[in-house]
Design a protein around this ligand. Structure first.
Ligand code: SF4
Length: 344
């Protein structure tokens, strides 16, 4: 069976070629061709004949197959990709000033079972391998180049699709390394954000192992009962411990923590909720993203009105917290935060 090209960091690729008696220079040429130049046909001219023969036999450049595409009026696009074993994952691209952000999935389904999330209802089917994460971006990039060439650059990556990225730490970390590689896509560190529901074992590894990318922590409530209802792992990994660990991750001017707060009408939008949030983030250089809940079939939570979301924001303003209301894109095609579910 052939290995996917998108599984290898540059140094792994160099070693692979070396172990097979081939010139290691081929690795950076391949990285340059497929990632920097964004070419999808095979790289022929710049490689030694023996390297080309090796690639044909041992390496696959296949991208996931597009099973279906949904486009919303605001130009958000949701892809349902079919993986080699037939499993499916969703990936979303969101337009912003002739560029795009991409929301990547890290697992098929998710084990965290957050009650406000369509993916959580699906349960965890399996982790994605590195190449299945990297190739979501390349397949979306290929579609953009072919269909919207006028402004097709994917500039920002968020791991906010299906799955808890820190529950699949090794694959996500390696995918970030590939995205950041100077010989490849050369994404800027501050253009990559990994979102977590507060999966403590992954956060414990973050400080020493993850490249300097941004972190988005889903708080959604501080009250233990409410947070545990929204994010059941809160009973095992309480928010105080999670905040403690996040505090220990070094920050700098460009690298900061975004605190996500999903707002559900009549559930976590009270003055007491704002008080608890203000206390929990006191003294931190905190930025809160208020995300009005995006409904999906069968959910019990309700989306707040614009006025209700603004009223909650005003409560945070009063407590000195910097926040922004994120009216997410693509909710009519179920492409917004918490709405993804590869089983439809
Ligand atoms: S919100 Fe994230 S962590 Fe929670 S169930 Fe959904 S995908 Fe998993």
């Amino acid at each position: 069976m052939r290995s996917s090209f998108y599984q290898f960091t540059l140094s792994e690729l160099q070693k692979l070629l070396q172990d097979n008696g081939l010139p290691t220079a081929g690795a950076s040429r391949l990285y340059n061709w497929h990632y920097k130049k964004r070419r999808f046909e095979s790289c022929e001219a710049e490689l030694a004949k023996a390297t080309r023969e090796f690639l044909v036999q041992k390496i696959s450049f296949d991208l996931p197959v597009i099973d279906s595409i949904q486009k919303s009026e605001d130009r958000t696009v949701k892809f349902l990709f079919r993986l080699q074993d037939g499993k499916k994952v969703e990936t979303v691209i969101l337009p912003s000033n002739r560029k795009y952000s991409i929301c990547l999935s890290s697992q098929v389904g998710c084990a965290m079972k957050c009650s406000f999330c369509h993916t959580g209802l699906q349960g965890l089917e399996r982790h994605l391998e590195t190449h299945e994460i990297v190739s979501q971006l390349l397949a979306a990039q290929k579609w953009l180049t072919e269909n919207r060439p006028e402004g097709d650059k994917i500039e920002t990556i968020v791991f906010m699709g299906q799955g808890e990225p820190l529950h699949n730490f090794d694959s996500v970390r390696k995918a970030c390394e590939i995205f950041l590689s100077q010989n490849g896509l050369s994404m800027a560190k501050d253009k990559i954000t990994i979102s977590t529901a507060g999966y403590l074992p992954g956060l414990e590894r973050w400080k020493n192992e993850m490249p300097d990318v941004n972190i988005a922590l889903s708080l959604h409530a501080i009250d233990p009962q409410k947070r545990s209802e929204l994010i059941p792992i809160n009973t095992k990994f309480p928010v105080e411990k999670v905040l403690d660990l996040v505090n220990q991750i070094p920050k700098n001017k460009k690298r900061f923590v975004i605190y996500e707060y999903l707002l559900a009408r009549g559930f976590n939008d009270t003055t007491e909720d704002a008080n608890l949030l203000g206390e929990a983030l006191k003294g931190k250089k905190a930025f809160v993203n208020i995300i009005p809940f995006n409904p999906f079939p069968g959910t019990k939570y309700e989306r707040p009105s614009v006025e209700e979301a603004e009223a909650f924001k005003a409560k945070l303003d009063d407590r000195g917290l910097v926040s922004l209301i994120r009216f997410t894109k693509g909710h009519e095609i179920l492409a917004a935060c918490g709405q993804l579910n590869s089983k439809g």
